[in-house]
Design a protein around this ligand. Structure first.
Ligand code: MRU
Length: 343
């Protein structure tokens, strides 16, 4: 796993051999971004089963539940994490039902996690193709946080849209807000775009309104961590104010996210759990105190009401208002690839 906390100054990767290390890496943001967290959790489950000393299903069953619970307790907002765990649980139940022997279960768990990773790559490509049509032919676009390759394991969702639009010949320049306090924009999106040869300008978060008002931004595209049945969308803190300012300034605000980000079990964004992270991430920068010893708040995500979202790009097509209908139609539609090809 590439340690995203150290980017852009150092490129350090770790090899984990214990699922508890994977859980810790997710919690401590070695890896982050909704789809990447999901893939990591699936890999963590596979690792747990692979390394288990269980010799019977009576032993493996409870251990499997413990592995899944440990990984589920890492980060609460991104639904992809729970989606990936549910998928691993469903596969495990299927194998147990068929009385599959333990060595075969180990192999099948690894194959399922690898399949999830492959599907996420294909998903990003499909999202990118749908979304690219909505990017301007020429000019500036804005994003938030990092919804690129680092966040998904593919080409990224929001950055995948931008990348495919550029590959199609669109002449885009990306405005990248630094995304305080964790600086995913400054550290990760700027790094990714720069390496990919896509022109960008880094701005601070408090410049967003100014750049939207001066009228030179053609579109905004961000990722999502959880999308409720009515289209309300949780994404990195700061996304809500960006979407409101976009509407005020007639800039279309788009979400790019896989269908696995939908949480149709909740009616609206009020029900989305918002992760509270450490205040030290606000009061300190790279371990250096930048504020006096005062209370600080760090909600890691906010919820953008659906009315500010012009469209949601997914791998199965584009959802538009009324989202209550368009999201459930996409959830019921066939995926652009088969999820059974690993079996
Ligand atoms: O706290 P993070 O860095 O995991 O938050 C990431 C985001 O908010 C992303 O925009 C979102 O997960 C989509 S990533 C394709």
């Amino acid at each position: 796993m590439l340690d995203q906390r150290r980017l852009p100054s150092e490129e350090i990767s770790y090899t984990y051999t214990d699922y508890r290390e994977v859980a810790r890496a997710i919690r401590e943001m070695v890896i982050r971004g909704a789809p990447a967290i999901g893939v990591a959790a699936a890999m963590g489950v596979a690792l747990g089963v692979l390394k288990s000393a269980a010799i019977s299903m009576d032993e493996l069953g409870p251990e499997f539940a413990q592995i899944c619970d440990t990984l589920a307790e890492t980060r609460p907002t991104a639904v992809d994490l729970f989606w990936a765990l549910e998928r691993m649980k469903a596969r495990f139940a299927e194998l147990a039902e068929r009385k599959t022997d333990i060595p075969e279960i180990r192999k099948a768990m690894v194959a399922e996690a690898q399949q999830i990773h492959l599907e996420k790559r294909a998903t990003d490509e499909a999202i990118g193709r749908f979304g690219a049509d909505f990017m301007p032919r020429d000019g500036q676009v804005m994003t938030q946080c990092n919804a690129g390759a680092l966040a998904t394991g593919g080409i990224g969702t929001a950055l995948g849209v931008i990348r495919i639009a550029v590959e199609q010949g669109k002449n885009l320049h990306v405005l990248v807000p630094e995304t305080r306090p964790y600086l995913q924009g400054a550290r990760l999106t700027a790094w990714e775009l720069h390496r990919g040869g896509i022109p960008l300008t880094l701005i601070t978060d408090n410049m967003v309104g100014h750049f939207l008002k001066t009228g030179k931004v053609g579109a905004i595209v961000t990722g999502a961590d959880r999308i409720a049945a009515n289209g309300d969308t949780a994404n990195k803190i700061g996304t809500y104010q960006m979407a409101v300012l976009a509407k005020e300034n007639n800039v279309p605000f788009y979400i790019a996210a896989p269908v696995s980000t939908f949480d149709l079990s909740i009616p609206d964004g009020e029900h989305i759990p918002i992760e509270e992270r450490s205040a030290a991430e606000v009061t300190h920068l790279h371990g250096v105190r930048i504020a006096p010893d005062v209370p600080a708040a760090h909600p890691a995500f906010d919820v953008t009401p659906a009315r500010y979202i012009a469209a949601i790009f997914t791998e199965r097509g584009v959802a538009r208002d009324p989202y209550m209908h368009s999201l459930s139609a996409l959830a019921a539609a066939a995926p652009p690839f088969s999820s059974a090809s690993a079996r």
